[in-house]
Design a protein around this ligand. Sequence first.
Ligand code: FAD
Length: 457
Amino acid sequence: MSESPLHVLVIGAGTGGMALAHALHKNKVSVAVYERDRTRADFLQGHRVGINPEGTRALRACLPDELFELFLATCASPMERGNLYTERLGEVLSLEFPLDRDALNSEKSVSRVTLKQVLRSDADDFLHFGKYCTHYEHTPDGRVVAHFEDGTSAIGDVLVAADGTRSRVRQQYLPHAALDDAEMVAVAGKVPLDDRVRDLLPPHMTRGMSIILAPGGRFFISHTMEFPWGDDLRLKNGIGSRDAELISAWPGLQFDNTRDHMIWGLAVPPHLAPDGLAEAEGAQIIEMARRMSPGWSPALHRLIEMSDPSTCGASTRQSTSVPVEAWETTNVTLLGDAIHTMTPGRGVGANTALKDAQLLAHQLVGAHRGERPLLEAIHDYETQMIDYGFTAVTESLKFYGKDNPLNRPVLGRAALTLVRGGARLINNVPPLKRGVTNRLLASRGAHTPDERPARTT
Ligand SMILES: Cc1cc2nc3c(=O)[nH]c(=O)nc-3n(C[C@H](O)[C@H](O)[C@H](O)COP(=O)(O)OP(=O)(O)OC[C@H]3O[C@@H](n4cnc5c(N)ncnc54)[C@H](O)[C@@H]3O)c2cc1C
């Protein structure tokens, strides 16, 4: 039995909801998570998620030590390079990232499936599957009741909507908080990372992330995902760490996405998408991806053709939240995509959900300990979250989506020429290149050696 006077209901066992729940549980705040998936292994498709230093530090703060170690042990190898190419695979810019040995200060690549599996571990005490939340209501004494599709309900002192972009709780609580169409249509696939791929592509491209900004607002991205284990599931190089023990005890390896691969995505404004894309599958998507990239390098088309059809998917509606003004605080609150869905432009959706989880947990733990009134704690969280969350939404849309200047019909061409010219200049002037690399890392939350705080963990 918990001694907590506060009982928190979390709707959704995704990135943000599970980080919050672990943080509350480890601080002895009573929590229950309700997830619509029927089992821990439902919905195993997924893309790569980049967890930046800020996101890693949030995970460190939220997770029990053992689970955080498991997260680190199951990440792909660090990204060595960030590249910008033309659609003919001419190098425009290639930044080399320092391989920071401080786990809290480096960029991580993790499969979304893996992250989900890790976060859903060690949670049997508080995680409930098969619970699709339909609505909530308040009791006369101000507590909150969540109702589920199976006819059951749960009562708590706080309800946290962590139920993603199409949040049912948000639709009831903040019906004016709308989603807008980001006006990008995307296809994606995965290719086993082997010598065929390494021989096909420029060497820098198989050592990290590569972006192609091409005429018409076309956007291509690829990531290499190399894991610490081989096909036999044994560590390639694990002497001197606990990783082998952690990984061998971890059930997540039986799932997809845990073998070395290259993941690619191609996005275009809707008027450039082939008819029938929404219904396309497998080999049809590969064929359509070729049509969405006319005149591109044959090596890129070959890469797309080498994709495993079963990993290919299309997304014909990508949403972005319309920022809303602050609302009156109650004991219902929201985090992550449920309140600030953003395009993948800046690669910070999950990182922002983790930041929310860390901050909200801190506030709720304070309220639980009697350090401050509950509504004041939630209000402080919401004030900060609304500010940084919607800033991230706006910034992401400028880089990917309808607010991207490169997507404009005529001006877009001129803007692309300017971007490429500036990037080529940076590529050829080493001090400029170092400056850009450092600014990029700092914007993702990395500390330079002088700024690094003493480790307190
Ligand atoms: C292609 C792509 C690439 C991305 N890359 C990155 C990246 O590199 N870096 C980054 O930071 N972010 C990235 N993101 C964004 C990131 O994946 C999301 O922002 C993040 O997962 C949001 O976490 P969340 O906890 O808010 O929601 P989710 O992780 O979506 O979790 C929501 C959970 O709620 C459950 N749920 C939904 N409705 C209900 C209901 N009614 N009742 C009960 N349960 C419910 C769902 O099943 C799910 O488990 C990317 C997104 C995409 C699409």
